[in-house]
Design a protein around this ligand. Structure first.
Ligand code: F6R
Length: 605
């Protein structure tokens, strides 16, 4: 979603801001802008609808400065347009502001305080900058005016703000609530960003911010104040990520690169979490908290929710721990009746998903223990949960999640093994998680090496279709839900992932001549049933593709999956479906890394 960058005290500010915005492009946006000043009275505001390349084209050679702010906007209030793009400026041209998030009560604020002010945009953000200017005109200092406005914003709101006062041109005023924001520590300058990736060229040392704090950022000082005005001393943390990891290299698209990286993600998780002697390197306190609970509640959204469906199978089948999986946005407003001692697991690639965070806040208020499994160190869900386990998958840039999904499943398997050992469950000895994940890595490699075959299947089956179905039962039902989401989000083919036994109860009416139906069969118990269901749709004209485990395959099945324990079949079965989605999108002429209307990190509810 929206991205924020800022810098103070660097003569290269324009390039730092533009480069930072380019690094955030993957998150999804529809307009962008920068504001810079040179401390000598010259300042520049450049905004453009469309891509950063369009913004760059508007930035003329004389635009220069050492302090500035920049933004990529994903429209919420008001259409994508130059007027609605950030930075927003007060009518007196003194204050400039960029904002991520949503101000719930902006209409009331406008009506109460800004009757006499003409607004030029439709955004909630402009109301905030005009309010700061109004309170400053009434005699408050910039910090006081900013704090006063923060106090007027209601509970439902989320924000990351970066405010600049032209009369104090090298100072940035920073505040956040529910939206991610980091301070980057430079040498003689400082930066701000909503995602560390945006500033890795400038620094690897970042300071996290806590909701409600405000920061006064100057070229050589960072002052963090808590809501009571007390100065907070917080040390930076180091981000190891090599900026090159966030580049496409020779790949045409990030999604393909990230699909290909999955065998490496498996091997890296083994290295990080499993010692030579097979013991698991997971904090004993976390295992104790899980062992003390009577039920696991997995809460997540989208692809991460689908990884949770597989996690349920792992926790229940391997170590007999009752596990429920919930869609975060539903749980938040309609929680189930909880067990006496619940333990919560939040799965989130980004660690910033607002829907999941909403639930975590409730969980924390109730005092329940929680774990976040995420790819992003120091992300909000990671900071706010009791425990964190990281995926170490390297940055996932394509909007459609691939390696984070398989990484989450692999880490759930490692966790289930560790908990089984901790609880001394006899049968867990038979589950050699390192050996299974090694098999998964090798199997994934075999599948990604078969790209040409899958590209051809996509061209034959999916290039011109309007709709498609994935079908499967039990574990395969969990897998087809993710496979269907992947296809629909990047190719715009209307796709459903169905429990194949449910087809006859209504959905089979949609099957016509040539409707693509992909049957995933990795579960021995239900293999014949799914085959029968596939035959039923074939008899009604469907074009059926079988993706089947080697031990269950017949000679005519088109894609045969390498050997792996059935509980981890998702790790290999998902790979051809990711590639089908990728090729279908490319063949239909879309930008597979940036599907329409979607954002990488969904920081609004
Ligand atoms: C789809 C996808 C989304 C995310 C969902 C939750 O490819 O990536 O469905 O899984 O928006 O995001 P995270 O995992 O960051 O919490």
């Amino acid at each position: 979603m929206c991205g924020i960058v800022g810098v103070t005290g660097n003569p290269n500010a324009v390039e730092i801001l533009l480069n930072g915005l380019e690094q955030l492009e993957y998150r999804g946006y529809d307009s962008a802008g920068i504001y810079v000043n040179d401390q000598k009275g010259d300042d520049y505001l450049v905004k453009e609808k469309g891509r950063i390349a369009d913004l760059r084209a508007e930035v003329s050679a004389d635009v220069h400065g050492s302090t500035g702010i920049g933004h990529t906007r994903w429209a919420t209030h008001g259409v994508p347009s130059k007027e609605n793009a950030h930075p927003h400026v007060s009518n007196d041209k003194r204050f400039y502001l960029v904002h991520n998030g949503v101000i719930g009560n902006f209409t009331e604020l406008k009506e109460t305080y800004l009757q006499d002010v003409t607004l030029v945009s439709e955004t909630d953000t402009e109301v905030i900058v005009q309010l700061v200017a109004k309170f400053a005109r009434e005699g408050l200092s910039t910090k006081e005016a900013f704090k006063k406005v923060l106090g007027l914003v209601d509970e439902s709101s989320s924000y990351a703000f970066l405010l600049l006062d032209r009369e104090d041109p090298d100072t940035l005023y920073v505040a956040k609530n529910k939206s991610p924001l980091l301070i980057g520590v430079g040498d003689g300058f400082n930066v701000v960003c909503s995602d560390a990736l945006a500033m890795l060229k400038e620094t690897h040392d970042f300071i996290e911010l806590v909701d409600g704090e405000i920061v006064i950022l100057k070229p050589t000082s960072i002052t963090i104040e808590d809501p009571a005005g007390q100065v907070v001393d917080r040390k930076p943390f180091h981000v190891d990520t090599d900026p090159a990891q966030a580049q496409k290299g020779a790949y045409p698209f990030y999604m393909l690169k990230e699909i290909d990286e999955q065998p490496g993600v498996m091997r890296n998780l083994i290295k990080k979490y499993i010692a030579e002697d097979g013991s698991i390197k997971i904090d004993a306190d976390l295992l104790k908290a899980m062992a003390d609970s009577d039920r696991i509640y997995i809460v997540a959204a989208g692809t991460s929710y689908h990884a949770g469906l597989v996690g349920k199978e792992l926790f229940e089948k391997l170590i007999q721990v009752p596990t429920e999986v919930h869609v975060a946005s539903e749980f938040a407003y309609n929680p189930p009746l909880l067990s006496a001692k619940p333990f919560f697991i939040f799965l989130s690639q980004s660690g910033e998903t607002a829907d999941s965070r909403q639930v975590l806040t409730q969980v924390n208020q109730a005092g329940y223990p929680s774990l976040t499994i995420t790819n992003v160190m120091n992300s909000t869900l990671s900071r706010e949960a009791t425990y964190t386990l990281l995926l170490y998958a390297g940055p996932e840039i394509a909007v459609a999640s691939t390696k984070a999904y398989t990484g989450q499943i692999a880490l759930e398997a490692i966790l289930a093994k560790a908990l089984g050992v901790y609880k001394q469950i006899e049968t867990i000895k038979d589950f050699d998680v390192a050996a299974e994940l090694t098999k998964a890595a090798n199997g994934m490699q075999e599948l990604v090496d078969e790209k040409g075959k899958i590209e051809k299947i996509a061209a034959d089956m999916l290039k011109d279709t309007r709709n498609a179905f994935y079908i499967g039962r039990t574990m395969d039902y969990a897998i087809v839900q993710e496979a269907a989401l992947k296809l629909k989000e990047v190719s715009y083919i209307q796709t459903e992932g169905f429990a194949s036994g449910e087809l006859k109860h209504g959905t089979i009416a949609l099957i016509q001549e040539n409707t693509p139906v992909v049957a995933i069969i990795t579960d021995k118990k239900t293999a014949n049933h799914t085959r029968s269901n596939a035959q039923e749709v074939k008899a009604r004209g469907a074009n059926v593709l079988y993706i089947v485990s080697r031990d269950l395959a017949t000679p005519t099945d088109q894609i045969v999956l390498p050997e792996i324990t059935p509980l981890l079949s998702a790790l290999v079965a998902i790979v051809p479906t990711q590639l089908l989605a990728y090729y279908a999108s490319i063949q239909r002429g879309y930008d597979v890394d940036k599907p329409r209307n979607l954002a990488k990190s969904v920081t609004v509810e």
